[in-house]
Write a protein that binds this ligand. Structure first.
Ligand SMILES: N[C@@H](CCC(=O)N[C@@H](CS)C(=O)NCC(=O)O)C(=O)O
Length: 229
């Protein structure tokens, strides 16, 4: 019997955690059905949206329900996908590069709290450059610049992504590329080039195109947008 994989995602304009495994599944060529649960519902921010709790026991999206079994974390979904894709498609084949790609991915998954707090993803919004981010946010942005620049310089001969060929690490930083654009964050040339590579990815563009109008209240700011402004 064919497997059923349903990826539950949040509003495409805002849900950076949903974008990551969605890209991974697409890049891995893994068939899945997507179902959007709006996050601008009572209980948001408390992991208490009733509709989310029916698919994700911890009350957050994304969640992949595979043959009826939930996987409720973006990185866990990405690892699940990597185990099903051909070797080298979602993680680098070289073990050292793979360990580094996992380090970069985990740094995003577990960190950059201030950047996530102050530069929340809003794919369609364009803000003026902000000259005075709080100190912890500036530190996070500087670390992203350093990380991307270092990896790009080291792996440029292998291809245009962080580890040369596209990997899960790039999916985890795709929402950061959108944030750098939204908030007009100044970047070094190498970093700007990589940001634009991510923003031109055909699957990212498909997500972006579909983030209107279902997850964007064009008449004003939605509940989530107000919470994150
Ligand atoms: N660590 C989780 C984070 C997921 C997460 O925080 N998702 C947000 C949306 S982007 C959410 O569902 N929030 C619902 C709430 O806080 O009530 C993952 O990587 O999947």
């Amino acid at each position: 019997m064919p497997h059923t994989n349903v990826l539950y995602i949040g509003n495409k304009n805002y849900s950076s955690w949903s974008l990551r495994p969605w890209l991974v599944l697409r890049w891995g060529g893994i068939p899945f059905e997507e179902r959007l649960i709006r996050l601008d519902q009572p209980g948001y921010g408390k992991q208490a949206i009733a509709e989310v709790k029916t698919v994700a026991p911890n009350g957050t999206l994304p969640a992949l329900v595979s043959d009826g079994v939930p996987i409720w974390d973006s990185l866990a979904i990405a690892e699940w996908a990597a185990e099903r894709a051909a070797p080298g498609v979602l993680w680098p084949e070289d073990p050292t590069l793979r360990a580094q790609a996992r380090s970069a991915t985990c740094e995003m998954h577990a960190g950059f709290a201030a950047v996530r707090r102050d530069l929340s993803m809003n794919i369609h919004r364009r803000m003026p450059a902000q000259p005075d981010w709080p100190e912890d946010t500036r530190r996070g942005l500087a670390r992203i610049d350093e990380l991307w620049r270092g990896l790009r310089e080291r792996h440029a001969h292998l291809g245009p992504y962080l580890f040369g060929r596209r990997s899960i690490a790039d999916a985890f930083y795709a929402p950061v590329a959108a944030r750098l654009r939204t908030y007009a964050v100044p970047c070094s040339d190498v970093v700007a080039e990589y940001r634009d590579t991510l923003l031109a990815d055909p699957d990212f563009l498909a997500w972006e195109a579909d983030s209107l109008p279902d997850s964007w209240d064009a008449s004003g700011y939605s509940v989530i947008d107000r919470l994150h402004t």
